[in-house]
Ligand binder design. Sequence first.
Ligand SMILES: Cc1cc2nc3c(=O)[nH]c(=O)nc-3n(C[C@H](O)[C@H](O)[C@H](O)COP(=O)(O)OP(=O)(O)OC[C@H]3O[C@@H](n4cnc5c(N)ncnc54)[C@H](O)[C@@H]3O)c2cc1C
Length: 581
Amino acid sequence: MRDFSTQSARPDVVREELDFDVLFVGGGPSNLAGLWRLLDRIEAHNAVPGARRLEGLTIGLIEKGDDFGDHAFSGAVLDPAALLELCPDYRERGFPAEGFVSTEEVWLFTQRGGLRTPVVPPFLRNHGNPIVSLSKMVRWMAEELGKREVAGVDVMLLPGFAGSKVLWEEGRVVGVQTADKGVNPDGTPKGNFEPGNNLRAKITVFGEGPRGHLARELDEVLGLQADSANPQRYESGAKEIWELPEGRVPDGFVLHSTGWPQGDGESGGSFVYKMAGNRLAVGYVVSLDTADPFADAHLCLQKFKTHPRIAQLLEGGQMVQYGAKALAIGGWHSMPRLAFAGGMLVGDSAQMVNAARLKGIHLGMKGGICAADTILDALVAEDWGEASLGRYATAYLNSWAGLELYRTRNFHQILEHGLTPVAALKLGLSLAFGGWVPGEGLRGPGDAARTATTEAFYGKAGLKPSDMAPGVKFDGKATITKLDDVFASGTTHDEHQPGHLKIVKGDAVCVTCWETKGSPCTVFCPAQVYEMHPDAAGAVSKVAISFSNCVHCKTCDIKCPEGNVVWTPPEGGGGPKYTLC
Ligand SMILES: Cc1cc2nc3c(=O)[nH]c(=O)nc-3n(C[C@H](O)[C@H](O)[C@H](O)COP(=O)(O)OP(=O)(O)OC[C@H]3O[C@@H](n4cnc5c(N)ncnc54)[C@H](O)[C@@H]3O)c2cc1C
């Protein structure tokens, strides 16, 4: 097994051991929902007369962000189905909704105009759903959990701690080791060195979001993807929050589009959501299974904002926050095995996203809920083996969430080359027949493997990003450079630590990639982390990595066509500081 962690290699490091009954890794909506439900279930179980009480339990939840919500990033229009299961009175309990959807537009854009669909396609209908900032929603969930007191249970909410590697014992998961703090770039300890702890747990729930670092390790060791029809698939999304002149956009306004600025054969689209306080979320997602080596969600977003329909909304406004993140879109056919001895996967780490609706929050939360129900039974039975925890998979796949994923199981595959007439026909059939399409089981390789050489895609070998006319003039107002946008994400890392973006196959691989594919990482990274600096003769020897810009989107780990980049967690606390995203 490969070890890409940034842990100190010193053999004399003494790591504190902490024991948990249940440990949640990742403080996103999926795991917070899991913890919420588990506390409810334990309380209800202990209230049943004659039941064997669950007492003296310790349940922990670690989050790599400095605080809950700092790394939470989404669109977002929320389908409240799972939230209603957890907290039917969420509106009365101060849930931070930005508004409720009332006006919906769906467009097929051309550069200057486009076609507005006369009716909103069923999968994009959101009327009445809450519009949220995921970062605010996650903060609210963590605060509500912080107030809970359940007799017999000690709950530890631990932001600022990144899970760095999985702890194993005889092939079963027994917890995680958190990342060291205070390590020099060369791996030697600083004066303030704090070794990561060994958090040992009977059951560990991994909800790391898309392309989890530990989920990768789990897959590598346990082959969780082995029985999936398709590999995991992703989109990369970039979003800006704008403050607009009073009354510019009505409350509850939502717009989705596809088409321009993406070209023929490409898949992706936009979202525009009205938020509270005259704010507007404007975002763009690009499918990472595109063959185009120069696909770039940030650039698509900048172009998208120049479309007359969008420019008129933003006129006179100001961008106040930026963020970017990958999104799991493989759905049903890409889901890994959900449970194994000692652990479970929930949320985007398990591809619980409906790409047709651009929605995963409710599906991930339902994952947390189903996981918690199984954990309760496992704690009662004192059995956290694979068969016991495997009941979670059955429960999830048979729930409304599983059905939703099943009914859209071919959506992305149908549209992976854009909205062609054949794709439109297949889409219609799949909507009419519960997801079925002729040639069902549309299969394909993973995102990285689909990246073409510049010769294959553009008909010209050796093209460089600088050869491509960007088609956007960055004016710092309407159109914003990546570096200015990264500044607006509040991202910081202590630069005096080991780089957390690992080049695992060596610099020579990057050089070949520069020659044949124009180094896609220098383009697709929405935070300009990667740069190639050719010498006077135009030659390069390695890729320059500004890891302190990294917004933890994971696009590089997914899309590097050579599989040469591995994202590892930096010291807990580093990364973006989202408050509105
Ligand atoms: C551009 C975009 C638009 C979207 N729009 C919508 C929408 O409108 N509606 C909708 O429902 N969904 C939307 N989604 C999808 C939705 O955001 C995700 O499905 C959802 O956030 C998944 O929740 P999660 O808890 O599984 O993961 P996440 O929300 O990613 O949370 C995972 C958490 O785990 C932490 N973490 C990761 N690794 C570690 C580690 N090793 N140790 C400790 N902590 C760790 C992360 O910092 C993060 O806080 C969108 C996504 C994107 C990218």
